[in-house]
Design a protein. Structure first.
Length: 463
């Protein structure tokens, strides 16, 4: 195909021209197969083949291949199913992976199969905010992710702190509902194993379903999805999890927790009644001072025979008045069943959830593809969100089980910049495919060592 060039021969500012080359012996993504090798090391292909329903049409791509293609697409930076066309243009990449990429239509059909209208048949007519049961396909996809968590987690880490929170995904599709802050879209819940940085559960919800609408099912699923070797279990969340059935479950299961409490009129009165000398300084910030005190409080719906929970009150006092806004003293509270930590340690431990769950939300929506939903069908969007969670976990395993320590906390954009988008020249000698990449000795050795660790993980699992 001819490309337009000016009469003086210049195509752009710099002195070169771009021409089309249809070749399968070069690739712009020589490092991206690390993602596929991580999936193969974890057995995602075998899991998907066993759990996901076979395609109705003969001769199409297997569900395992479509799932692998979607995870690869999301890891590469695509946030729309149509972006797979860009990967499909890289014939050298397809040669390294050993198979072509499915078409966007095939992947959209794959996602559409996760939608089951029957899941909405039991919706109460008068209930607008309702959490539908999941389709068989979504439950199978969860089984795949549950196995990935167990196979990818480091067995030496036995405590499990679950950080639980919801996030809003803006969408202007006709089916999207309005969330509490006025945004139209969806509001999924996510549960993260903080010590391992692995997503153990997610629950896709309409935007009008608040996080406090029966969070118990989501939390129970998160703990059920933990590997069997986990010992001590803990839980952290904001006030959306201040839900009496959930509190009773955590106490009954001896799960240590810290949850932001609803600031009811009765609890606020208890905070205001604390004597001045009982407040202890916790933080001194630029605009406010934060003091801490323990208060005796029992909500009206807490069983009288049960052991009282521990309530910690936080008082926020402005250091100076705002020019246009008069802000007085405000209160916050944390409820817990942990008595082994002093009040300050407990509050700081509770605050640490912001470094895990909020980080996961940001990565899922801004650096992976969860922020752009592909369909008007609820089940297809739920599957897309869950596949993004699976991608997050695959990248976590790659960083923590194969790559050097400096990548342990790397975000996806760092992996793309330094690893995935490598120019490579392919060659075949005696049926052996090789790819030459322009790297220094250290980075080349790191990639080769990472492949070796993934191969060992693959061999150990199969053995």
């Amino acid at each position: 195909m001819g490309l337009r060039v000016r009469r003086d021969g210049r195509q752009g500012i710099l002195p070169f021209v771009i021409e089309q080359a249809e070749r399968d012996d070069v690739t712009a993504r020589a490092g991206l197969p690390l993602v596929v090798e991580t999936m193969r090391a974890l057995g995602v292909d075998e899991l998907a083949g066993a759990e996901l329903a076979a395609p109705q049409r003969q001769g199409g791509f297997a569900p395992a291949h479509k799932l692998e293609a979607l995870v690869t697409l999301i890891a590469a930076g695509g946030d729309r199913v149509e972006d797979v066309r860009v990967l499909a243009e890289d014939k050298g990449l397809e040669k390294l992976l050993g198979a072509p990429f499915p078409s966007p239509d095939a992947l959209l059909d794959f996602l559409g199969d996760f939608h089951d209208p029957q899941c909405w048949a039991e919706r109460p007519p008068a209930k607008k905010a309702w959490v539908a049961p999941e389709s068989a396909g979504l439950r199978a996809l969860e089984a795949v992710n549950r196995a990935v968590v167990e196979r990818g987690a480091e067995r030496s880490v036995t405590p499990a702190t679950i950080d639980h929170d919801g996030t809003i995904i803006e969408a202007h599709k006709r089916e999207a509902t309005v969330a509490y802050e006025g945004t139209r879209g969806f509001q999924p819940l996510v549960a993260v194993w903080a010590e391992q940085q692995l997503i153990v559960a997610d629950e896709f919800r309409d935007g009008n379903v608040a996080g406090g609408e029966d969070p118990l099912r989501s939390v129970q699923r998160a703990f059920a999805n933990l590997p069997p070797w986990v010992g001590e279990r803990r839980f952290r969340a904001d006030s959306a999890a201040y839900y009496t059935p959930l509190l009773k479950y955590l106490v009954r299961e001896a799960i240590g927790f810290a949850i932001s409490a609803d600031m009811t009129k009765e609890l606020r009165a208890c905070c205001r009644a604390v004597a001045t000398q009982r407040w202890a300084r916790l933080d001194t910030r630029e605009r406010e001072e934060v003091d801490l005190a323990e208060v005796e409080f029992t909500p009206g719906d807490w069983p009288r025979a049960a052991r009282p929970l521990r309530y910690l009150a936080l008082r926020f006092t402005p250091r100076q008045q705002e020019l246009f806004e008069s802000k007085g003293v405000s209160y916050h509270a944390v409820v817990t069943n942990r008595h082994e930590l002093d009040a300050a340690e407990l509050v700081r431990w509770h605050r640490q959830k912001a470094g895990t769950i909020e980080h996961v939300h940001r990565v899922m929506k801004d650096e992976l593809g969860a922020g752009v939903l592909p369909s008007t069908r609820f089940g297809a969007n739920a599957a897309w969100f869950r596949i993004n969670a699976l991608t997050f976990n695959v990248l976590t395993v790659l960083k923590r089980r194969a790559l050097p320590e400096r990548f342990r906390e790397a975000r996806p954009k760092r992996l793309r910049y330094e690893l995935f988008t490598l120019a490579g020249e392919l060659a075949v000698h005696q049926s052996q495919v090789s790819v030459r990449v322009p790297l220094g000795d250290q980075r080349l050795e790191e990639i080769i060592a990472a492949r070796g660790r993934l191969l060992a993980l693959y061999d150990d699992r199969r053995a």
